[in-house]
Design a protein around this ligand. Structure first.
Ligand code: NAD
Length: 284
């Protein structure tokens, strides 16, 4: 079984960004810039945000963290986002979720300009994306498409199944597979007899958020299996996916492990999106 190694693909993509970032700097006199907005003191969220900043800087991009206190009001947050939307030195904006409960993510998803939306998930961005005219594509499904491309897996004409219909993974994943000329079936929590669908598929993307939901008996021999699931802290507690990866050895043609599969690609695609949005703004 071929192991679809997200760390290898991630490294390759990051290396490919370095000359693009250099060329951007030569043309514009500055580096592509990502601003991350975070509200409140959640420790894990602050670690994620710092990791994103460090990852930007490692490639020669710049990044600022705009931290608002947990007491920030919706008006204050909106005002920051409106300012960033028109700030010429900001190419990409990311708002770290979850927000404190008194704030509305809906407002954020309405406000951030699609021309600066680093993870391609605002309502305007998704409108352009589903119309086939994306500024950038949502990070996780785009990262999966990059893995498939790296391993020369052409989905054209394949029977594919996506398990999960969230706005951040399932729906955009189904769309990207369809755009790549696969035949797509989207399954979800109300699907009856899930494995009847998954067992027929040449390729299955599992994003149900249910630890170890599917195993060998749910896939046909020779299937390609992409596991998006992520469960457990990863610190001491082992990180787990939605698929029982070990069972697939000797059965599946290829599968992505957890950890080390889709996960590393999500942040790498964020870096790619930041670079792409900067290039697009410069091209205008
Ligand atoms: P979500 O909870 O928003 O959506 C889960 C979807 O799965 C829903 O549409 C639901 O209908 C479907 N579902 C739930 N139980 C099911 C079942 N038994 N059978 C069939 N469908 C079922 O979750 P999400 O945000 O889409 O994330 C899914 C998983 O992917 C989570 O484990 C999450 O942590 C992980 N994730 C990983 C990355 C990454 O970078 N690796 C990124 C995003 C999400």
């Amino acid at each position: 079984m071929l192991v679809l190694d997200g760390k290898v693909v991630s490294k390759e993509v990051r290396e490919s960004l370095v000359p693009r970032i250099q060329a951007f700097k030569e043309k514009s006199g500055r580096a592509p810039h990502l601003t991350v907005v975070i509200v409140g003191e959640d420790k894990a969220s602050h670690v994620y945000v710092r990791n994103k900043k460090t990852a930007c800087e490692a490639l020669g991009m710049t990044s600022t963290i705009h931290a608002l206190p947990a007491s920030a009001t919706q008006d204050e947050l909106n005002e920051v986002l409106q300012r960033l939307n028109v700030d010429n030195h900001v190419d990409a904006i990311l708002v770290q979720f979850p927000l404190p409960s008194h704030l509305s993510s809906d407002e954020v998803l309405k406000l951030v300009s699609p021309a600066k939306d680093a993870d391609g998930l605002t309502y305007n961005s998704l409108g352009y994306f589903f119309a086939g005219r994306p500024f950038v594509s949502p990070c996780t499904p785009a990262g999966i498409m990059t893995i498939l491309k790296h391993y020369k897996i052409n989905v054209e004409g394949m029977r594919t199944v996506v398990v999960g219909r969230s706005n951040i993974v399932g729906k955009p994943m189904a769309h990207m597979l369809m755009e790549a000329n696969a035949t797509v079936t989207l399954c979800h929590s109300k699907t009856k007899n899930l494995s009847e669908y998954t067992r027929q598929a040449d390729l299955v993307v599992v994003a149900a958020g249910r630890p170890h939901l599917l195993g060998k008996e749910d896939f046909k021999q020779g299937a390609i299996v992409i596991d998006v699931g992520m469960h457990g802290s990863g610190q001491g507690g082992k990180l787990m996916g939605d698929v029982r990866f070990e069972e697939l050895k000797g059965w599946a043609q290829a599968a992505s492990p957890v950890p080390g599969g889709v996960g590393p690609m999500t942040i790498t695609t964020l870096l790619q999106n930041t670079c792409l949005l900067a290039e697009k703004r410069l091209g205008k």
